[in-house]
Design a protein around this ligand. Structure first.
Ligand code: NAP
Length: 267
């Protein structure tokens, strides 16, 4: 079997550097290039932390990369604006995106879905590649059938650019799919400080905590008469996301459609 030829965008990042390790250590994957806007004309082995990874060119823009290197999959772990441009361009070159970058808008997702439909190409976007987080979302959806009152508290490191997290939004959407709309809390409640009740999605409240020391955590809190149920997941390091990225790369090669959320590709 030929190895899957992979380009990684954002290789110096906390997620990207783990992805470089995972791809390099996987026998049926081959890292063919990286995209890093700061290192024109370099090889990956010139960059700090990657001295042992040979023969991988660095491109500063995706168009040049796609034109010069034959690849099957683009793994994007950058920022939402750049990530969207990367995913769109990869598809134009018939390269399948696996996107971990969070903060894409609904319009972005719709646009990518349309391109995938037209080109009959696979693309997987997952706001959370940790398998435990996917289970947390599924268990929350199960619980929401019985507990209609829920608040989501997501906690992340203080360098995260988007809030609420993609995982929190996805969890709320999965809950919305199984529960009737409900405006939670007292009908006359009033915030004495703006934002005290967090963001609202379909009557549910989402609270975003940002602190150094945290990685990616979420608690989904359900309440009903005389009882609460808490479902919590914690990622303590970025390696926790890589088994999901690996599954996504393997799966996207067999797909001809757009998928949002790792839960949709797990058995
Ligand atoms: P990070 O450490 O800040 O890494 C982002 C990297 O992207 C940086 O190295 C940055 O370089 C680089 N970058 C920015 N613009 C670029 C461009 N035009 N071309 C190529 N590289 C570019 O962030 P992170 O923690 O790795 O997270 C990356 C993304 O993954 C975020 O959106 C985050 O929310 C998401 N994330 C997803 C999951 C998941 O499971 N799906 C889990 C954790 C994080 P400079 O620093 O030099 O600007």
């Amino acid at each position: 079997m030929n190895p899957v030829k992979i380009v990684i965008a954002g290789p110096r990042g906390r997620m990207g550097s783990e992805a470089v390790k995972m791809v390099s250590n996987t026998e049926h994957f081959k890292l063919v290039a990286v995209i890093d806007y700061k290192y024109e004309g370099h090889m990956l082995s010139d960059l700090e932390g990657f001295h042992s990874i040979n023969n991988v060119p660095v491109f500063t823009n995706i168009e040049t990369c796609m034109q010069n290197v034959e690849s099957d999959v683009l793994i994007d772990l950058t920022t939402p604006e750049v990530g969207m441009h990367h995913a769109r361009t990869a598809l134009q070159y018939n390269v399948r995106p696996v996107v971990g970058t969070t903060g894409f808008t609904k319009a972005d997702l719709d646009e990518l879905e349309g391109i995938c439909r037209d080109k009959k190409l696979g693309c997987i976007i997952a706001p959370n590649f940790a398998l435990g987080a996917v289970l947390m979302m599924k268990f929350s959806q199960m619980a929401a059938k019985y507990f209609s009152d829920v608040e989501i508290i997501e906690l992340h490191h203080d360098q995260k650019l988007d809030a609420p997290s993609g995982t929190a939004v996805k969890t709320a959407e999965m809950i919305t799919a199984v529960r009737e709309y409900k405006h939670q809390g007292h009908p006359n409640e009033k915030e004495t400080i703006n934002g005290a009740r967090g963001a609202e999605l379909d009557g549910m409240h989402i609270h975003s905590v940002r602190l150094p020391g945290l990685v990616a955590h979420q608690q989904v809190l359900f309440g009903s008469d005389g009882q609460t149920l808490s479902i919590r997941h914690d990622s303590y390091n970025r390696a926790s996301f890589m088994s999901g990225v690996k599954i996504a790369v393997e799966t996207v090669m067999k797909q001809d459609n757009f998928v949002y959320g790792l839960e949709n590709i797990l058995e």
